[in-house]
Design a protein around this ligand. Structure first.
Ligand SMILES: [Zn+2]
Length: 270
């Protein structure tokens, strides 16, 4: 199976045997990190996995768009943004980074909206890095789809643009495809938790643009406290059910097509 968006380091706090679970379900994943400690952990897991012939763990790094607001609120971690941006540049230049993300815009509440200017600056640097090193981009966008479209021309130049937990409408998704962006729409627990627009999009978007994700540990299925790789079969079945009768309309078919999409989006090999 494939997981287009998860946080292996954060997951360990909830599930110390997380890596064993990943191997049990044979999950290739794009693992996100927000600081050096997380990235180094991810890198060592990725190297171990590749030495053991286990499914790959793709290394992603970015300063998350929520970081500026969390600094303002909690105080500690000041300097996290500039340190993160320096690290991004160093990892990309050193060829250690495979994906820039998750980056983007979060205007979900007042605290996040207050940091919109800083989010703009951070996003611009991430986009520039992805363009310069020809890396795929993972986007985190909440209440901010309007901020994406002005960048269509730049996004079109990237090898792939993955929207984690696709937040847009069907019309917005189709518009990105029409604009020539090599875009992928990733879906997770929202499909199972009855998010209507996500369900509509997952049912109607082209199969070759779909990805599945857990966002582990951050997007639990209803009634659970955290998400993990064990949720993937549930998400896969929900997605296939939505597409019943069309392309990717069985779990087996959808698993195969999302795996091909994962490999093409992230340039990974199984
Ligand atoms: Zn995430």
């Amino acid at each position: 199976m494939t997981d287009a968006h998860c946080h292996p380091f954060d997951l360990l706090e909830h599930l110390p045997g997380a890596e064993a679970e990943r191997l049990e379900y044979r999950v290739a994943c794009a693992g996100n990190s927000w600081n050096l400690k997380q990235f180094e952990h991810l890198e060592s897991m990725a190297l171990k996995a590749s030495a053991a012939g286990a499914p790959p763990l793709v290394r992603c790094f970015a300063v998350h768009p929520q970081v500026p607001a969390s600094i303002e609120h909690t105080g500690p971690g000041k300097g996290a943004v500039s340190e993160g941006l320096e690290l991004l540049a160093a990892l990309a230049a050193g060829g250690r980074l495979e994906v820039v993300g998750e980056t983007g815009f979060d205007l979900f509440n007042e605290a996040f909206r207050k940091t919109e200017k800083i989010q703009d600056e951070i996003f611009a640097l991430h986009l520039e890095t992805a363009l310069r090193y020809r890396l795929p981009l993972i986007l985190h966008v909440r209440r901010a789809m309007h901020k994406i479209f002005p960048f269509s021309r730049e996004l079109k130049k990237l090898p792939a643009v993955v929207f984690h937990s696709w937040p847009g409408t069907l019309g917005e998704g189709e518009s990105l495809i029409r604009r020539g962006v090599n875009v992928f729409f990733s879906f997770g627990a929202a499909l199972v938790n009855n998010h209507r627009e996500a369900q509509r999009c997952c049912a109607a978007l082209p199969a070759e643009r779909l990805l599945l994700e857990t966002d582990a540990p951050w997007q639990p299925l209803r009634g659970k406290t955290f998400s993990s790789w064990a949720d993937l079969p549930v998400i896969l079945n929900a997605a296939a059910e939505l597409r019943k009768g069309g392309p990717g309309g069985t779990a087996q078919e959808l698993e195969a097509v999302t795996e091909r999409n994962f490999l093409s989006a992230f340039g990974a090999k199984l």
